[in-house]
Design a protein around this ligand. Structure first.
Ligand SMILES: Cc1ncc(COP(=O)(O)O)c(C=O)c1O
Length: 475
């Protein structure tokens, strides 16, 4: 493929400086420490899987923005769908109804292969907040008012708002923001590479799953409303469970009358190689939350889908039986129309199958990394990959933030944007992440992997000469 490259000089040089000055003065960046946010990459264009910044530098985006631009950056049909809907009817709240929301809710039920009711919001965090409220209210209306606790997993991310952040199992996202919503209990993740139970897969009886039985009993089954989990922990380091794990957790939930909420914010919409991540594991969730890929990231939208049977308990003719939850922008007609078009295009172009095929290619391409001295584990699930970097294979000590920062910076210099699990749990932000768009070419995918391997070799060589403790500039 034609290698994305730095433009030789830029037509925009003066403009670019001015924009950055304004950025420094007015904009507060997400996540970035202050110093890093002083030199933002100001992105101006996108074409397929490639983005261009103000200086004319072009990069293959191996992260689909923030795990979401699955159809790439230049899908005209999505822009057209939004434009047409905006011209026809730009806003109406969902206390009443509109056609794009009806169409989308029906399509989501089809993709979920079940009978679901859909509630729309704007973001993944809100979709999860909505799910927690629904779960608690459901139990009260189902005659079990003491069920209010939610069990989630360490290492997983579920959002930035009060309850979604409480469900999140990443201490570094919570520092200085606690106390958060009460009632969230965490269990260890199914993490075979560093098994929290000290076991080895194959002879372990999946204690990572049976621990739910224990914890539900310790908490008191009559107090537990729901379990929330992603099919695969994504932003927390692409932690892929054993194949039987999710089914076992589903069975434990059923045994104790606990609802299973599946957070498909990243795994959904083809990212896992199936329409939804949980479909890889043969389970039926009670509640499914989704966002990101629902619009391929083009507009904000999220959804909380609830099994129809659960919804029935919200239809009782009692005061406060209905779900008293409103969201001004949630299910905006333009977002819904764009989402419908996203799903139609995915169907027409068989993009779920393409994601699956690309995932297989990615797995093959990453094979040589198994032998790299600084690679402890390579985990691929659908079109998602996590490459866990270690100082050496024996000790499994995570590489320093400087090391992984330098790998990411080197990839960027070579024209590829990759991610990592950032600010999750202390000392374990050592997983490089890849989540490329489904429309990426085979050649672009190869280029990503070659670049990552080259960057790793380069960084390893430098660190071999320099002791770890000297550190390196973080990107
Ligand atoms: C698994 C998961 N759930 C929830 C969220 C929160 O979504 P949002 O950022 O749209 O609020 C995210 C965001 O990255 C996520 O990865």
């Amino acid at each position: 493929m034609e290698t994305p490259s730095r433009a030789q000089g830029s037509d925009n040089e003066l403009d670019a400086k001015e924009w950055v000055e304004k950025d420094r003065r007015f904009l507060w960046h997400h996540m970035q420490p202050y110093a890093a946010s002083q030199n933002p990459m100001v992105v101006t264009h996108g074409e397929g899987a490639v983005i261009t910044d103000l200086d004319g530098n072009r990069y293959v985006d191996a992260m689909s923005g923030l795990w979401c631009v699955n159809l790439g950056y230049s899908e005209k049909e999505l822009a057209d769908a939004a434009y047409e809907q905006m011209r026809q009817m730009p806003f109406y709240p969902l206390s009443q109804s509109h056609l794009p929301a009806i169409q989308l809710a029906e399509k989501l039920s089809e993709w979920l292969q079940g009978d679901y009711r859909v509630f729309f919001s704007n973001s993944g965090s809100e979709a999860n907040e909505t799910a927690f409220k629904m779960a608690r209210q459901y139990h009260i209306q189902n005659g079990e008012p003491s069920r209010w606790k939610v069990i989630s997993r360490y290492r997983a991310y579920h959002g930035n708002s009060g309850a979604a952040l409480a469900a999140t199992g990443q201490a570094q996202r919570k520092i200085k923001y606690e106390p958060l919503s009460p009632g969230f209990v965490h269990v260890a993740p199914p993490y075979c590479y560093r098994c929290p139970f000290g076991q080895t897969y194959g002879s372990c009886h999946t204690e990572c799953a049976s621990v739910y039985d224990q914890v539900i009993n310790w908490e008191g089954p009559e107090t537990v409303a729901a379990v929330i989990m992603e099919p695969v922990i994504t932003g927390g380091g692409v932690i892929v469970p054993p194949p039987e794990y999710m089914k076992q957790v589903r069975e434990i939930c059923d045994k104790y009358g606990v609802l299973l909420i599946v957070d498909e914010v990243i795994c959904g919409f083809g990212r896992s190689g199936q329409q939804f991540g949980h479909q890889n594991f043969g389970v039926t969730p009670d509640i499914v939350t989704m966002a990101k890929g629902i619009t391929s990231g083009y507009l904000p939208l999220s959804a909380t889908a609830v099994r129809a049977e659960l919804f029935d308990s919200f239809t009782e003719p009692e005061p406060y039986a209905h779900f008293r939850h409103v969201n001004t922008f949630g299910g905006n007609p333009t977002s819904c129309a764009l989402a419908v078009r996203t799903l139609e295009l995915m169907e027409k172009r068989s993009l779920v199958a393409r994601s699956r095929e690309l995932g297989r290619q990615l797995e093959q391409l990453l094979l040589p990394l198994q032998d790299h001295p600084n690679v402890g584990d390579v985990r691929v699930f659908g079109l998602l990959a996590g490459i866990e970097l270690v100082v050496d294979k024996q000790s499994k000590t995570p590489v320093s933030p400087g090391f992984i920062g330098e790998v990411i910076a080197s990839c960027k210099r070579k024209g590829v944007l990759v991610g990592k699990n950032g600010d999750t749990v202390p000392e374990f932000n050592n997983v490089l992440t890849l989540s490329p768009p489904f429309i990426i070419s085979d050649e672009e995918l190869q280029f990503i992997v070659q670049t990552v391997i080259g960057a790793l070799d380069e960084t390893s060589a430098i660190h071999h000469q320099k002791p770890e403790t000297e550190g390196m500039a973080s990107s």
